[in-house]
Design a protein around this ligand. Structure first.
Ligand SMILES: NC(=O)c1ccc[n+]([C@@H]2O[C@H](COP(=O)([O-])OP(=O)(O)OC[C@H]3O[C@@H](n4cnc5c(N)ncnc54)[C@H](O)[C@@H]3O)[C@@H](O)[C@H]2O)c1
Ligand SMILES: [Fe+2]
Length: 381
């Protein structure tokens, strides 16, 4: 039996890589650049550095700085109106997953009819897109290399995903210098998102040898360097290795997809606006403890990959990973669900919505019940 593994990214990686931006814009013969970022990236001084590089090319710039965390359909439509009016011909997105996902969605609307919601699901985009240069400032989502854009539908109160190879960024600038200014809680949350991607894609029922290879290599780096990056944000070796681990992991999950943890995180963000990584991190160990029943061998493989001491008894070893993740979220100061503002009276409604999440279909343990979801929310509370 054959399987497909899709990779299309053209990556410039390393401190100082941003210097390649003017040349990239010239290669595209860019006349009107649509630059996307948010307030945090502006305050950190990163947007101005990127702007100065764009000014070295011959292109004019139109700025959209209204990105919000967990971007919504409304913000996408608002930015698209501006980009269409300006006749933008190249996109530059600088920021975390929220800015890059927003730029991908706006780019869809440049060559495909709106509204954006109609492109939710897999391979729904009809026409090719304009060039998009993605410049990540977090080491977390891997959006810079994935075929995914995650958006909130505020009417349906769901987080949905557009999955399409057409939306992958055409060029990527991974400059670890840009992640140095991330606040501690953003470093921890986004790093835990990447760890969740590695673990969920490794055990996904869509996993292949190529996705498992990337998930394992990514997880090793993320597990080793995330505590260092959180402890000292100016540890540039840790920042660089986190960014690398994140790119490698992206190759896995954009092919193998995710699972139960993301089903819960999407629902928590749609209803309560939780930061994506924080929502994942709070439930990850408990979902892995639950999943261990369905994929004990894979749990042992992941534990072994990050150097945990196996005793040779699968019934015990299958919990090593979830125990390690519990320790990790405590060390990193990840907030519990109650500390993130979730109340117990919401569990029933949340569980109903989690069960409707399409991403649950990739989870190794199938037949998840409402009681199972509530049990996990309670443990993470
Ligand atoms: N497309 C994908 O493949 C994919 C995968 C996972 C998650 N996501 C989505 O990505 C979004 C989350 O992205 P994120 O976790 O990267 O966070 P984010 O983009 O929402 O940013 C979080 C906060 O950190 C700030 N920030 C970012 N970089 C900074 C820096 N270097 N210095 C100072 N402040 C900085 C931002 O201004 C913002 O306030 C969610 O919507 C999630 O669903 C997408
Ligand atoms: Fe994620």
């Amino acid at each position: 039996m054959s399987y497909n593994f899709f990779v299309k990214s053209d990556i410039e990686f390393g401190c100082g890589a941003i210097a390649k931006l003017p040349e990239m814009l010239k290669d595209y013969e860019a006349k009107k650049v649509f630059l996307v970022y948010d307030g945090g990236v502006k305050a950190a001084g990163i947007a101005d550095i990127v702007l100065a590089e764009i000014e070295k090319s011959d292109a004019e710039v139109v700025i959209f700085d209204g990105v919000i965390p967990n971007p919504t359909n409304e913000v996408v439509e608002q930015a698209a109106a501006l980009a269409l009016e300006a006749k933008a011909d190249v996109f530059v997105a600088v920021g975390g997953g929220s800015s890059i996902d927003l730029a991908k969605a706006v780019n869809v609307l440049m060559t495909n009819e709106g509204p954006i919601g109609r492109y939710g699901g897999m391979n729904m985009v009809k026409n090719d897109l304009l060039p998009l240069i993605a410049i990540p400032t977090t080491a977390g989502t891997s959006s810079e290399i994935t075929n995914v854009s995650a958006l909130i539908d505020t009417e349906k109160v769901i987080k949905y995903v557009i999955i399409d190879n057409k939306i992958v960024a055409s060029k990527v600038i991974c400059d670890p210098d840009f992640t140095r200014t991330m606040p501690v809680s953003v470093t921890a949350a986004t790093g835990m998102d990447a760890i969740t991607h590695a673990v969920e894609s490794y055990i996904s029922n869509m996993a292949t040898p190529l996705t498992k290879y990337n998930a394992t290599a990514g997880l090793r780096l993320l597990h080793e360097y995330l505590p260092r990056a959180v402890k000292d944000g100016s540890d540039m070796e840790a920042r660089e290795q986190m960014m690398l681990g994140c790119v490698i992991t992206g190759f896995s999950f954009s092919n193998a997809n995710l699972g139960f943890v993301h089903a819960i995180a999407h629902t928590l963000s749609a209803h309560f606006g939780l930061p994506h990584g924080m929502a994942n991190a709070a439930v990850l160990p408990y979902v892995m403890e639950y999943n261990a029943e369905a994929c004990p061998k894979e749990m042992c493989e992941l534990a072994s990959a990050i150097g945990l001491p196996l005793i040779g008894d699968v019934e015990k070893d299958k919990y090593l990973l979830s125990e390690e993740l519990m320790k990790l979220i405590k060390t990193l100061g990840i907030r519990t669900l109650s500390e993130q503002g979730i109340t117990e009276d919401a569990f029933d409604m949340l569980a109903d919505d989690v069960l409707r999440e399409p991403v649950l279909g990739f989870n190794p343990r199938q037949g998840v019940t409402k009681e199972d979801v509530i049990g996990i929310l309670r443990k993470a509370f």
